[in-house]
Design a binder for this molecule. Structure first.
Ligand code: UD1
Length: 338
């Protein structure tokens, strides 16, 4: 199948592009490289034995997108491109709304003009907010507590409305829990710019000495060890979930929503311990105040994806820590050192 992948040079996009190429699909990546490096795609090409096509453009660039659709004639789209930092989204909300909503509009319109009827969208478990208790099922109430999360929630609603208006359109909304890990080769992985916001990239940089210690945001949550618990899912399992969704949409009409998670919560201290074991390096940490906006616990009920897609997460947190450690030690400066 010919699959156009927006944001395909990024963390989850590059792992999914690799999985698509490995399964024999043709891939065209559209990415403006605002938060990624072309080196990730070069390495994806190396691992797959063939390079994906690449257009350097913002997805909101209608002309560039039209040209890409006209020449590549995609049968499906996977839409990863977007801004994703919660804190930043409260500082520059308009940028988040413009980029994350605008890119989706441009993309859906181009799909309409070019006879492409299948889209898989990168959503987030952040849409469950604090409206109910985990494990979250797809039919739980949704909302969001910050501009980033609201863009995900709004795009979900746009997709549902457009799908209701167009019986030909096939939509798969994937709600990711907490993606971690890297490809087992150590060649591609997460390469955050600046100080990492997310737990595992921060821990990884403490282990290599780039940061002094981890700040644990609160140990007074109502969880087994008092630190926040999350559903950490290996990025290679997550990538496989996209292929399963595309496969399902090949023979099912309509609009579908699936959680991609493991269903097993792990605490901050469990992650620290797992990373110490994988790396053999002690991770100094200090417990500080809770981070505003954090919930005590978030994890999936992943049973719908298992029933409908035949997909489940296979890899453990130990695997993810070992893979992140390999990626981080072999690429201490991410793709920049290449
Ligand atoms: C965060 C976002 C979420 C987004 C996801 C993308 C917030 C509030 N939520 O999820 O909307 O979809 O990233 O991956 O930012 N922690 C520490 N010290 C750190 C970093 C994190 O103790 O330096 C703790 C957090 O309190 C939390 C856990 O580690 O309990 C995971 O945090 P993080 O990796 O930032 O993910 P989320 O907050 O779940």
């Amino acid at each position: 199948m010919r699959v156009l992948v927006t944001g395909g040079a990024g963390y989850i996009g590059s792992h999914t592009t690799l999985a698509l190429l490995e399964q024999g699909h043709e891939v065209l990546v559209v990415d403006d490289l605002s938060n990624s490096s072309p080196e990730s795609l070069r390495r994806v090409g190396e691992l797959a034995g063939r390079e994906p096509g690449f257009v350097e453009a913002n997805v909101r660039d209608e002309q560039a997108l039209d040209a890409a659709f006209a020449s590549f004639r995609p049968e499906a789209v996977i839409h990863f491109a977007g801004w994703k930092a919660v804190g930043e989204s409260t500082q520059i909300p308009l940028t988040y709304y413009r980029e994350n909503l605008g890119s989706t509009f441009t993309l859906l319109e181009a799909m309409g003009r070019h006879d492409c009827h299948t889209i898989v969208f990168s959503s987030s478990a952040t849409v469950y907010g604090e409206l109910s208790e985990p494990p979250f099922r797809e039919d739980a109430p949704t909302g969001a507590t910050n501009p980033y999360g609201r863009t995900k929630h709004m795009v979900e609603q746009v997709l549902a409305d457009v799908s209701a208006s167009d019986p030909e359109l096939r939509v798969g909304v994937l709600r990711y829990f907490n993606p971690i890990g890297a490809h087992a080769s150590g060649r591609i992985g997460e390469d955050p710019k600046g100080i990492p916001n997310n737990l595992l990239p921060f821990v990884a940089q403490v282990a290599t000495g780039r940061r002094e210690k981890l700040m644990v945001f609160g140990d007074d949550y109502p969880t087994p060890d008092g630190t926040g618990t999350r559903d950490y899912i290996h990025v290679v399992d997550l990538a496989a979930g996209h292929l399963a969704a595309l496969d399902y949409l090949g023979s099912h009409d309509g609009h579908h929503v699936w959680n991609l998670g493991t269903g097993r919560p792990a605490s901050v201290l469990e992650i620290v311990k797992a990373y110490q074991e994988a790396s053999g390096v002690a991770i100094p940490y200090e417990v500080v105040a809770r981070r505003p906006g954090d919930v005590a616990s978030s994890f999936a009920d992943p049973s719908l994806a298992e029933q409908e897609l035949g997909w489940r997460a296979e890899r453990s947190i130990a695997d993810a820590c070992a893979d992140t450690f390999r990626w981080q030690s072999e690429n201490p400066n991410g793709f920049a050192g290449a």
